[in-house]
Design a protein around this ligand. Structure first.
Ligand SMILES: Cc1cc2nc3c(=O)[nH]c(=O)nc-3n(C[C@H](O)[C@H](O)[C@H](O)COP(=O)(O)OP(=O)(O)OC[C@H]3O[C@@H](n4cnc5c(N)ncnc54)[C@H](O)[C@@H]3O)c2cc1C
Length: 262
């Protein structure tokens, strides 16, 4: 079984966020692998382990700092790390990003066929959840989204989807693109041996020319979407801090009564 997992380099959730020209400011110091991609890595590793054979590739698209995302995936146990980095990619919207990831997937698939691409359910910075669908469209592969469980058997992938008012079991022929939710599994912790090995493990770096992509197809110039404005949320003006001097419960009850909430 051969699986490629997409892992995005995103600002740490605990860090102070800021914007530059309407886009998330990315710095080397506070970047990490998108937390929800840990579920994608775990799902891929579990499938390969269950099959008793196979290999997992982790792929990131981003500037030089994004290598941290694939190093984290190596710590978790993936076998190969791929990093697509090219200045011309900067400013790509989801369609441009999907084009780059699709070209990298095809390059791996052409060397030896992949069974699956597994992605996270959302990148915790962009948070569109559009990438998996755009990627499947670029590849012209089946797509199954928001899997809370998945299995592969007889040339098919089957997933469970928990929707607000229904529960679906859906199958698709391989190769396919599957996005997994945070319900899919409990990501493992890296062990010391893998942490040490990940430091020295080779990371294959590809530019657009390695992927036979024309720079005009990606980047800001090719973006079909525009960020009109982005700004930090203003602090809430209506916050009240209740200091407990023994009557906090009364204060809270009075507040609720005053607001007509009790
Ligand atoms: C006009 C415009 C300009 C932009 N310019 C930039 C820019 O200069 N630099 C920049 O970093 N972003 C830029 N972005 C944001 C970038 O396009 C999105 O982050 C990207 O398309 C993925 O969308 P998302 O973050 O919503 O991912 P989602 O669709 O929420 O992600 C779902 C899953 O897809 C995978 N995934 C997503 N992105 C990547 C990736 N890069 N590598 C590997 N796996 C991935 C992950 O597994 C993730 O869990 C721009 C967006 C717009 C609209």
């Amino acid at each position: 079984m051969r699986i490629l997992v997409t892992v995005k380099h995103t600002p740490d959730l605990q860090s102070q966020r800021s914007f530059t020209d309407g886009r998330v400011t990315r710095t080397a110091e506070d970047g990490t692998m998108n937390e929800l991609d840990e579920n994608a890595v775990e799902a891929a590793l579990q499938l390969v382990e269950a099959a008793g054979e196979g290999e997992v590739y982790a792929l990131t698209v981003g500037g030089p700092d994004a290598v941290a995302a694939v190093r984290k995936a190596l710590q978790l146990g993936v076998h190969h790390a791929l990093h697509v980095s090219d200045e011309a990619i900067a400013g790509s919207d989801v369609f441009g990003t999907a084009k780059v990831i699709a070209a990298a997937v095809r390059k791996v698939h052409d060397e030896a066929p992949l069974d699956l691409v597994v992605t996270g359910m959302a990148a915790l910075d962009g948070l569109t959840s559009m990438l998996p669908t755009a990627l499947a469209a670029e590849l012209d592969w089946s797509q199954l989204t928001l899997a809370s469980a998945l299995s592969v058997d007889g040339g098919e992938v089957t997933i469970e989807r928990h929707l607000p008012d229904s529960h679906e079991t859906v199958s698709a022929p391989l190769p396919a693109v599957v996005s997994v939710t945070d319900e899919a599994n409990k990501p493992r912790f890296p062990n010391f041996k893998l942490i040490m090995a990940a430091r020295k493990a080779p990371v294959t770096v590809w530019t657009l020319s390695d992927l036979a992509l024309d720079p005009a197809q990606v980047g800001a110039g090719a973006a079909r979407t525009t960020v009109i404005d982005a700004s930090p949320r203003p602090p809430r003006a209506d916050r009240i801090k209740v200091t407990d001097t023994g009557d906090a419960g009364t204060q809270l009850a009075n507040f609720l009564i005053e607001k007509g909430l009790a």
